[in-house]
Design a protein. Structure first.
Length: 105
């Protein structure tokens, strides 16, 4: 899943609009829209601000962006073994609110 898609799903779950998020993190609505569409990758500072506003750990957002296609061939078997447990752990740690987001990968 792309970073923008993961953030869009989290925004939807939180009931926050892109405009509200833009105001809260000090970015223009256009910049936030570009991030959500995958046309622009935020700096780590901006992503940290976004995650802080969404009350979501940055590491969780990064995990949500990983798909099997991103994994080197020699590590895919390990990924297949660990990913379901990691997804279950995330749901347990952060609640069922993240079940839909985690299962979109």
């Amino acid at each position: 899943m792309e970073l923008g898609k993961a953030l869009q799903k989290i925004l939807k779950q939180k009931g926050i609009t892109q405009s509200v998020l833009a105001e809260r993190v000090g970015k223009s609505p256009t910049a936030i829209s570009q991030i959500m569409k995958g046309k622009y990758n935020p700096t780590s500072e901006t992503l940290d601000k976004i995650c802080m506003e969404l009350n979501v750990p940055t590491a969780l957002v990064y995990f949500l962006t990983i798909s099997e296609n991103d994994i080197p061939e020699e590590k895919k078997e390990l990924y297949r073994m660990l990913a379901p447990s990691l997804k279950s752990f995330i749901i347990e740690m952060f609640g069922n609110d993240y079940k839909e987001v985690v299962n979109l990968n």
